[in-house]
Write a protein that binds this ligand. Structure first.
Ligand code: NDP
Length: 285
């Protein structure tokens, strides 16, 4: 194997340590950053995610509340809870766990969270600010990918970056962040012609597709940095997950690569914590 492994677990721990220090400083000033997570229904994966988020926030010294609503909650019920948290001065960040049960209008609920409490970075105001280069709350997963690149000392200026995937939560904000760091960015999707050839051009290749091990080693430019956002269950296993990149073949060619698990995944929750502190500081101003 040629590639350096990018250790998301270790780097996410660094981020969390930095957040814990910030929290301690804010507490000295009499302010405890507060995170509220809303879970509607009982989706098992979502349940694990929200429990982790609540626990991590508490571990870092924050005020953390988990609101569980029944699966048959109405749109008005969820919106009323968002309104209540919007008005609560002890809460600086609000996260509504996706996916919401069928029948609820996710977009409307996400947009109801006040932009300065929107620690998921999904509100149009934050998305707009990100593209304008203003100070914004940025979606946690792409923000985490940027921290990985930064901590690995990757200088993006003038580099060719290829993002595979154009979702609102990963691909598009990732492209905006890479562009802001002066990379030359190409965003690919399901209609991109000759995707392997486009990927082969990349100095930095970000995969956010949701297709198990789709990106093969011979799609990777020798020496490239590969960031694999994908979380895909491996068929025939109980709980094994792998990324969008075929790790074994890509690691033969890449200069550095994130593993799955243990790469981007742990960064997402760390960035949620970081966003909550950022939101708290923004609200103090
Ligand atoms: P979406 O399904 O919303 O988007 C997938 C994107 O990939 C779309 O833009 C789609 O194109 C594109 N795509 C699909 N198939 C192909 C193909 N064959 N060739 C080229 N492009 C293709 O997914 P998300 O962005 O939400 O998530 C992507 C992956 O990242 C998933 O595995 C998800 O589980 C994981 N994830 C991981 C997180 C983490 O914390 N590590 C957080 C969030 C997501 P088109 O737009 O044309 O349909």
């Amino acid at each position: 194997m040629a590639a350096q492994i990018i250790d998301g677990k270790a780097i996410s721990q660094q981020v969390k340590d930095e957040v814990a220090l910030e929290v301690a400083k804010l507490k000295e000033q009499g302010v405890t950053p507060g995170l509220a997570v809303i879970l509607v229904g009982e989706d098992p994966a979502s349940n694990v995610y929200v429990t982790n988020k609540e626990r991590t926030a508490k571990e870092l010294g924050m005020h953390s509340v988990l609101h569980r609503l029944p699966a048959d909650s109405s749109q008005a019920d969820v919106e009323a809870l968002v309104d209540q948290l919007n008005a609560d001065p002890a809460i600086h960040g609000i996260l509504v766990q996706s996916p919401l049960p069928k029948g609820l209008d996710e977009e409307t609920i996400f947009r109801r969270v006040l932009p300065y409490k929107d620690v998921d970075g999904f509100h149009p105001e934050n998305v707009g600010k990100l593209w304008l280069g203003d100070n914004a709350l940025v979606a946690c997963t792409p923000a985490g990918c940027m921290v990985l690149l930064e901590k690995m000392g990757v200088d993006l200026k003038g580099k060719k970056a290829v993002v595979v995937g154009r979702s609102n939560i990963v691909g598009k904000p990732m492209a905006a962040l890479l562009l802001a760091k002066h990379a030359t960015v190409t965003v690919c999707h399901s209609r991109t012609a000759d995707l392997p050839a486009v990927c082969r051009e990349a100095d930095v290749l970000v995969a956010a597709v949701g297709r198990l091990q789709m990106i093969k080693g011979d799609w990777v430019k020798p020496g490239a940095v590969v960031i694999d956002v994908g979380i895909n269950p491996v068929p025939g296993t109980k709980s094994k997950i792998r990324g969008d990149v075929d790790f074994d073949s890509a690691a033969e060619v890449a200069g550095a690569i994130t593993p799955v698990p243990g790469g981007v995944g742990p960064m997402t929750i760390a960035m949620l914590m970081s966003n909550t502190v950022k939101a708290c500081k923004m609200q103090m101003k």
